[in-house]
Design a binder for this molecule. Sequence first.
Ligand SMILES: [Zn+2]
Ligand SMILES: [Zn+2]
Length: 359
Amino acid sequence: MTSRLSLSEVRRASPAWYRGDFHVHTNFSDGRYPPAALAQLYAGRGLDFFAITDHNAIGSFTEFGEDPGLLVIPGLEVTLEEGHWNVFGLEGWRPWMDEVCQGRITIPLSAKFSGTSELLELTRGQGCLTSINHPLLKPWEWRDLATDLRLVDAIEVWNDPLWPDNAQASPRAVDFWTRCLNAGLRPTAIGGSDFHVLPGEAPPYPGEEPGLPLTWVYARELSAAGILEGVRQRRKAYISLGPQMQFFASLGDEHFDIGADMGLRSGRARLKTTVSAGPQGGRARILGGAGLIGEAPIVDGQAELHAKWGVRADRRQWVRAEVVDEAGQTVALTNPVFAGPEARPARVTFGEIERRTEG
Ligand SMILES: [Zn+2]
Ligand SMILES: [Zn+2]
């Protein structure tokens, strides 16, 4: 008997930081691995979860066997000429898939939809989480400039770091995400390896590694529903190529973790980030919308950085932490702590944010 991937099945019942990969392909699209073997590979790397995100296909959902060995989140990479986005949290066929899952890797958006916004809104309305993938990685970059970014729950700011063009495209995606935050949007930053092939095989896709980058998510339990809630509601997540991080703000005796909203408070908040397994010669940094707030060197893999941050009930702000290596390359980054009134921006399009990036 085959079992299907499920949103509610709990692999571990305790709240904790869980680590995984949000972007993985099987041989049901253009990956090489059959589902069960892929799960075995990922479980062997010690990951807690991965999301299966085949191009315009969900055939793998029944092929993971009775126990894949780790949590497999059912997803789909909607792969359009207009752009690629992951829909996470599918349990089976939905009518809109008739227009998407047509047996081809890339298709144009069906004329049944007025634009990507309409399809994003539809999938989101069905309880799924939406995440734009590799938004600035040519030739698969996001092209629908009219997309309403309020419909996007997450942005894959780091796609496969071993793909040469991501050396440019990922920092630009982080910049794009930063401008979303400054515009009052709160998409959660996540990462995905975009894994397709067997390690060591001749590369049509050079160098992908399962779980590179890792996204750490704090979740109430290890289930697909728990991880997706951690990404969408809690935003308590960070992305890493190796270092482990903690980051929080405190005001008086209140503590606000990664992803938390301090709300309408005023005062001088204390910020703290700690890093372990950091790169030799690297630095821990804390950044806000206006730039660098503080930094500290990593010594013997460790750093502890303290900084002060003025918050005001009438000013919208955010602050986040990251780790850079000796060459200045970012190797881990957290989602923000937010403060001040929450913006409820009118429609903000991809094109508006991109123009700000270019500008
Ligand atoms: Zn893609
Ligand atoms: Zn992909």
